[in-house]
Design a protein around this ligand. Structure first.
Ligand code: ZN
Length: 176
């Protein structure tokens, strides 16, 4: 089976607020497996379900993976919540759904992540630095928020312009 395609800005599906996961079905387990594959294939360090077109509250993350099977430790988190936020940090962020763009975003420096794993067991993780940034970025996706929604209006509008131009060029190429 081909990999699921990553949904790209400005696809309206990226703006949806995702639904909580009630029952952990085979469909959810398959979606998680697919998301892990897509994340390593792209490559990325995190991927939220809406980025493959599924509007459910789940993300996968692996902030320290190396390019061999043994170096891969993906964490799947269902119904994530962030609590106990402490301090502020800035980080240069990018996103698989926002092609060819990076920008510095301010976020909480230390957080506690709570959620469920694929067996329905609770996850509690204290995170800081890149890991904390990535978790906040992924949880944002579940609320329909992209990192470009957290930068200045001016920077955002410059990116939107650049992206429109890029899409117009792609369309022109397709039509020869
Ligand atoms: Zn993203």
């Amino acid at each position: 089976m081909p990999l699921r395609e990553v949904v790209l800005f400005p696809d309206p599906r990226l703006k949806l607020v995702s639904k909580p996961i009630g029952e952990i079905t085979d469909e959810i387990r398959m979606l998680a497996a697919d998301m892990i594959e897509v994340m390593y294939d792209e490559p990325g360090i995190g991927l939220a379900a809406p980025q493959v077109g599924a509007s459910v509250r789940m993300f996968v993350i692996d902030t320290e993976w190396s390019d061999d099977e043994v170096g891969r430790h993906p964490t799947v988190v269902l119904n994530p919540e962030i609590s106990e936020r402490e301090g502020r940090i800035t980080w240069d962020e990018g996103c698989l759904s926002v092609p060819d763009y990076n920008a510095v975003v301010e976020r909480d420096a230390k957080i506690t992540l709570r959620g469920l794993d694929l067996e329905g067991k609770p996850i509690v993780e204290r995170a800081e630095g890149l890991r904390a940034v990535c978790i906040q970025h992924e949880v944002d996706h579940l609320d329909g928020i992209l990192f470009i929604d957290r930068i200045s209006r001016l920077k955002r509008s410059l990116y939107v312009k650049k992206r429109r131009k890029q899409l117009a060029e792609e369309a022109a190429e397709r039509h020869g």
